[in-house]
Design a protein around this ligand. Structure first.
Ligand SMILES: CC(C)(COP(=O)(O)OP(=O)(O)OC[C@H]1O[C@@H](n2cnc3c(N)ncnc32)[C@H](O)[C@@H]1OP(=O)(O)O)[C@@H](O)C(=O)NCCC(=O)NCCS
Length: 439
């Protein structure tokens, strides 16, 4: 995908429906700093963020204006230039099973001012985004969510889950005492210079990851203005293997302490490890820092190897949360974009209230797991057939959700005996899907 998407006009159906309520739906002119600043302040207000400083506006102006930046304006207000609703979207590459990726429409900054809530503005925005994405030929939309109650109605389903970890350092002892490589503190600039390349190698084999845009690396390492406390507290440690090659980083902060200096909390803001040695060494590092009682880490995988490395896995309290939501727009393209485990013939009867994915589709995979997908009227007798919503299919897509669980919960119906077993066998991803950032 090129950056052409940024100027794709807003959806006419949504524009017409908002216009009926005297609201104007349009693209923000992101070459105009003042117009962008109005949009950005509305976005920040929408998430209960602060009024942003000039420096913060500048860094966002430099960092995110490559995106398609959309607003809704109410010209009857005394400040008509500040949008009452916002979205920002761009074409992403989402990693899928098989070390492949699919083009996906990433949607972010969905806000509607509290003064204009529950009048259908978000619905117009979301449906508009989906129609625009389909119009641009994108087979899927993706987003991370503030609340898990909002997006299923638009056909999204949770597909990548994350774990927030709280680790009691007094109980967290490694089973193995083997140590290889070296760890050392490095500067934010070194991190910015080296981490994206390592991440790029990890991303390609981890379903659920997306490309991380450069401003996000700046944010992780504390280089963006606006959160001085974060910037001051952030420390970065790099792991080098025995040949001296950087293989991972941990970005962390130590806070708290008080009168009892042993009572600090260490927060892992990002941990990136290219191989098992880097992973173990970086976790060992954070768990062994002196004067720390608790280590916290957000957005970790729901399948962290760390739990298997500790003598007491109850040292870790893991709180799972839905993280990445997917919305398939084009079923044949989406199903053809990933690889599967072995051969099967599977029929999907998909329902979609918005129409994009509605229909019957046949997925045939060969022994190597390569797919062939067709849109059909009737399923052949040998097909394992399931009936499901586009939201459930989107949840299953990356192979991190158990099919039997969706059957038991009524989200997937087996139209042929044991269809779920076949689906599970070929869909399951050997690498647990994980997404390490919000967007
Ligand atoms: C969430 C938000 C964008 C909704 O905007 P809105 O214009 O009030 O939403 P709409 O009026 O278009 O509602 C559309 C549908 O979603 C439902 N809905 C809206 N917000 C919801 C919420 N927070 N939880 C559950 N359902 C919600 C509405 O009931 C409506 O349902 P229906 O059409 O199926 O009957 C807005 O409340 C907001 O900006 N919240 C704060 C920022 C935020 O959390 N954004 C989401 C980021 S992922």
């Amino acid at each position: 995908m090129t950056n052409d998407f940024a100027q794709h006009p807003v959806d006419e159906t949504s524009a017409a429906s908002l216009a009926k309520n005297r609201l104007h739906y349009g693209l923000v002119d992101v070459s105009n700093r003042a117009a962008f600043a109005n949009w950005l302040q509305a976005d920040s207000r929408g998430f209960h963020g602060p009024t942003l400083s000039n420096e913060q506006v500048d860094s966002n102006f430099a960092g995110v204006t490559y995106r398609r930046t959309v607003g809704v304006w109410d010209e009857s207000l005394t400040a008509p230039n500040i949008p009452v609703a916002t979205t920002s979207s761009w074409a992403e590459q989402l990693t899928v099973p098989g070390g492949l990726s699919i083009d996906a429409w990433a949607i972010s900054s969905v806000t509607v001012s509290p003064t204009h809530r529950r009048r259908g503005i978000a619905r117009s925005l979301l449906e508009g985004e989906l129609r625009s994405a389909a119009d641009m030929g994108l087979p899927m939309a993706i987003l991370t969510v503030s609340e898990s109650t909002i997006y299923a109605r638009f056909g999204f389903g949770p597909a990548v889950f994350a774990s927030d970890l709280s680790i009691d350092t007094q109980r967290a002892t490694f089973l193995s005492s083997e140590r290889v490589g070296t760890v050392q503190h490095v500067s934010a600039d070194e991190f910015i210079d080296q981490a994206p390349e390592i991440f790029e190698r990890i991303r390609r084999f981890t379903p659920g990851q997306i490309k991380v845009w450069s401003m996000r690396w700046d944010q992780i390492s504390g280089l963006v203005p606006g959160d001085e406390e974060y910037t001051k507290k952030t420390r970065i440690v790099r792991y080098d293997d025995d040949n001296g090659t950087p293989r991972g980083f941990v970005v962390y902060r130590v806070t708290g302490g008080g009168i009892d200096l042993t009572n600090h909390k260490l927060t892992v803001d990002y941990l990136l490890a290219e191989n098992a040695d880097a992973y173990t060494a970086l976790w060992r590092y954070v768990l062994e820092v002196d004067l720390v009682r608790e280590v916290r880490a957000e957005l970790r995988s729901v399948d962290e190897p760390l739990l298997w490395q500790l003598s007491d896995r109850r040292a870790v309290t893991a709180t799972p949360v839905d993280h990445l939501w997917l919305r398939i727009l084009d079923v044949p393209v989406a199903l053809s974009a990933r690889h599967y485990s072995g051969s099967a013939v599977i029929g999907f009867a998909v329902t979609d209230g918005l129409g994009f994915a509605q229909g019957n589709f046949l997925l045939e995979t060969d022994k190597a797991g390569l797919p062939h997908v067709t849109s059909i009227d009737d399923f052949p007798a040998e097909a394992a057939v399931v009936e499901l919503s586009v939201s459930a299919l989107s949840s299953l897509y990356l192979g991190g959700v158990t099919v039997s669980s969706l059957v038991a919960s009524g989200q997937v119906r087996e139209n042929t005996a044991n269809a779920a077993v076949t689906l599970e066998r070929v869909f399951h991803s050997p690498t647990t899907p994980w997404l390490s950032v919000w967007f």
